[in-house]
Design a protein. Structure first.
Length: 101
């Protein structure tokens, strides 16, 4: 992998960490937990997947990425959530219809 891409991935990780550290909502919840007598250790794991695309695929993705998939999520949204191992009603519905029990 190119060094420039590795540097960008590193920057992405730092940006995620910074946004979590500066979140007032997260800080408030942590304060509330501490008020209940608990210490908080928050560890998050992010999986970053990269697929190199051609110009033609890039143009097609730009057009399709804005289209809504099922529900209120775009195809890109569902792909991103799946990469984080987060299921949605849309993905659960798809799985139910393909797995008759």
């Amino acid at each position: 992998m190119k060094q420039q891409v590795k540097d960008l991935i590193q920057k992405l990780g730092e940006a995620i960490h910074e946004s979590m550290s500066e979140s007032e909502q997260i800080a408030e919840v942590v304060r509330e937990i501490r008020q209940q007598g608990f210490d908080v250790l928050l560890m998050l794991e992010a999986t970053i997947g990269l697929n190199q695309i051609t110009e033609e695929e890039d143009e097609k993705a730009a057009v399709e990425g804005d289209e809504l998939a099922e529900g209120s999520f775009t195809r890109n949204d569902l792909t991103f959530l799946k990469s984080l191992r987060i299921s949605t009603e849309e993905t659960n519905t798809d799985a139910d219809s393909t797995n008759p029990s």
